[in-house]
Ligand binder design. Structure first.
Ligand SMILES: Cc1ncc(COP(=O)(O)O)c(C=O)c1O
Length: 555
């Protein structure tokens, strides 16, 4: 065993005391650190020249412990990346991000890859020892930049285009991560909490909620929904013994995240009524009210209606005012899932569709869809904020956690308004772009998406080659190609969809309406412009004609 007095600088100069090493390691250390040079094995540790050498063992138990601790500190000092290396890492990351941006732009005329079949084989194991940063970034590059599905690609028309944050929004994810920002409770981070509250207030204002509301920023609509279900359950005073008699009303097109949320909050046994849709694919209010009356007569406990602003499949908006009337008459909680469609409320021409939204009890909307933030940002607002607080917080902090008392009289803590305690500063991903760009450009971008949708719909209609079961309300077009004589239209369109997605120029998903197979285009990526919609249209026409041709030659 040898002891060295060493002057070690880790990041900013810091003197560490003696190090205990076995001889081999000590010699190696000397070689590695002498003269302040950096070794490949100690990339982030800078050492000043060794000043003194002692061969004595430490005298006390405490000395020994301290020296062991110092050794551990030196070993773990690689976690504190010095500025020069940070710059190198950042530059490499920037290179990769720029390549991604470039490929996203260039891919306008190239493939949107939907899968990376080699991925499982290629991705390495997690190892005990470090891997060179360059190699790790190469992996990222291969698997993130050059492979996988990019749901924010300009020619992604499938699902709901999501994520693909604008650059300031991406910085909104990065900066709080570097600052270790924590928005769980306001004691030390009042400004962050205030910023998030301001964003929630802005969203609440968009939907006409009066003062007294409260909300939280969650990771997605699924978690926002789950929270809303829990608040509705508690506010209506439901107890576990009654869950099997409780009734939830949604439509055939309600997103399944709502149903999963219900299960998660204990309402798996609740009765779920799927209210039929009208010809415009909106919840039929007369059927809703009739069902509620029947359920009441049968001794059940109707308590919750879920309406959707922008159904995933057709982009339609349920008749909010009519549904709110029914809820009012029967004292039911009205929750609005505006995950996809909510931010279209920014566009004046869409306002009539939102009439009545202010009468709902809770609403969620996804900035990671309509505001083009990176994935992981959803806003839930509950009109009566106290109900959210009562649902999520404890009446009293358990005495063993008394020291962690999070709450203050001045500020309600975000952790009292959500089921999370540690939570990242997700709001920064909204705050930065909304301030850097201003709200106006988001309104304009959403107007562009609405117009592109109408443009695409018009082009399909003009050909006479497609069935179009509904006019788009927001930014979804549902359609199917007419089939050649003797060919089943569902089969024809299924084959067409396979063909459309086969070379990855565009990406689309289907919609099954009344057991009929349709194709569906959703325009929401902020980079999608008229050239991409034109490309989509021409690919559809080309593949449709080719499929007809091949079926004819087979016949
Ligand atoms: C209407 C609707 N609700 C909820 C969700 C689920 O959203 P998230 O992925 O943010 O949980 C989606 C996703 O597309 C949706 O369209």
């Amino acid at each position: 065993m040898m002891i060295f007095d060493m002057w070690v600088s880790v990041g900013k100069t810091k003197i560490l005391g003696p190090l205990i090493c076995d001889v081999g390691t000590a010699a190696e250390l000397k070689k590695i650190f002498h003269g302040g040079t950096r070794s490949p094995n100690s990339r982030y540790v800078l050492l000043q020249p060794i000043t003194k050498r002692r061969d004595k063992m430490p005298q006390t138990e405490e000395d020994r412990l301290k020296q062991t601790l110092r050794n551990l500190e030196v070993k773990t000092s690689v976690l504190e990346v010095p500025q020069a290396d940070r710059d190198q890492m950042t530059n490499k990351a920037m290179e990769m991000m720029n390549m991604f941006d470039d490929s996203t732009r260039k891919l306008t005329w190239g493939p949107v890859k939907t899968s990376d079949p080699g991925c499982r084989k290629v991705v390495g194991e997690i190892k005990e020892t470090p891997t060179e940063y360059e190699l790790v970034m190469q992996d990222f590059n291969d698997h993130l930049v050059n492979a996988g599905m990019n749901l924010s690609h300009p020619t992604c028309f499938g699902l709901i285009p999501t994520g693909g944050g604008t650059y300031p929004a991406a910085l909104g994810a990065f900066i709080p991560a570097t600052l270790a920002s924590y928005s769980g409770f306001p004691r030390k981070v009042t400004t962050i909490v205030e910023m998030e509250n301001k964003l929630i207030e802005w969203v609440a204002g968009l939907f006409g909620y009066p003062a007294g509301h409260a909300g939280n920023i969650t990771s997605g609509a699924s978690l926002s929904s789950l929270t809303a279900m829990a608040v509705a359950r508690d506010s209506m005073g439901l107890k576990a013994a009654d869950f099997h008699r409780c009734v939830v009303y949604c439509s055939e097109f309600t997103h399944y995240s709502v149903l999963r949320g219900l299960r998660a909050v204990g309402l798996r046994e609740a009765v779920l009524r799927t209210i039929p849709l009208d010809q415009l694919f909106k919840m039929t209010t007369t059927a809703l009210e009739k069902q509620i009356k029947e359920d009441k007569e049968a001794g059940l406990v109707p308590f919750l209606v879920v309406a959707t602003v922008g159904t995933t499949l057709t982009g339609t908006v349920d008749p909010l005012n009519d549904i709110a009337d029914v809820c009012e008459r029967h004292q039911l909680w009205l929750h609005v899932d505006a995950a996809y469609g909510g931010f279209f409320a920014l566009c004046d021409e869409m306002k009539p569709l939102f009439a009545g939204v202010e009468r709902s009890d809770s609403i969620l909307v996804n900035p990671h869809k309509g505001l083009f933030t990176p994935v992981g940002v959803s806003v839930l607002v509950v009109k009566d904020g106290k109900k959210l607080q009562q649902c999520c917080s404890m009446e009293q902090t358990p005495s063993c956690f008394a020291e962690c008392q999070l709450f203050s009289d001045e500020h309600v803590s975000p952790s009292e308004l959500s089921f999370e305690i540690s939570r990242p500063f997700r709001g920064a991903q909204m705050w930065l772009p909304l301030n850097v760009f201003g709200v106006g450009v988001f309104r304009t971008a959403l107007q562009e998406k609405l117009l592109l949708t109408r443009y695409f719909y018009g082009k399909l209609k003009e050909t006479g080659d497609f069935e179009l079961p509904l006019e788009p309300e927001l930014s979804v077009v549902v359609f199917r190609a007419t089939a050649p004589p003797g060919v089943d239209i569902n089969d024809f369109n299924q084959q067409l969809l396979e063909g459309l997605n086969s070379d990855g120029k565009i990406f689309m998903t289907p919609a099954v309406l009344s057991n009929q197979f349709y194709l569906r285009v959703c325009v929401l990526a902020f980079r999608t412009h008229v050239e991409h919609v034109d490309l989509c249209f021409s690919v559809i026409q080309e593949k449709r004609l080719r499929l007809r041709e091949s079926l004819r030659s087979e016949a």
